[in-house]
Design a protein around this ligand. Sequence first.
Ligand code: ZN
Ligand code: ZN
Length: 163
Amino acid sequence: MDQPAHPDHACGHDRAGLVARAERLCRERGLLFTPLRQRTLEVIAGETRPLGAYDIAERLSLPGRRVAAVSVYRALDFLTENGLVHRLASRNAFVPCDHSHSGGESAVFLICRACGAVDETTSAEIERGLNRTLARAGFRPASRIVEIEGECGACQEREGAEG
Ligand SMILES: [Zn+2]
Ligand SMILES: [Zn+2]
């Protein structure tokens, strides 16, 4: 695993653990964990920053053997649908999911604008509030992802030390 760019951030995803979970999940659901799906997950899991589909395609490409972005998008659709990665709409980029969400559980992302670190967390309070809001509006969500941009604790500290 590379040196985490963020000293305070317990980042560095557990790549082997994520792949093992994906294999288990695909076996249970009778889905095919193709080499491209696996390699796509590994590339995302090997980064501490969210990656876009074109970056992923580039990393998967070998000299003379380019992987098309459209194939990566298909692999990403599969991984997203099965809760193995999340798409951050504000970045149009993907992060691996270390949680095992029960169906329809929301994910809250804290995205640092200074260093780009992304923290995923879940919150029962937000979950309950979101459920009430959705019920009141009669809205059926396709995804339940909350993205909050700002500054992470480490960057605030660094700023404090510099100022
Ligand atoms: Zn998640
Ligand atoms: Zn930061």
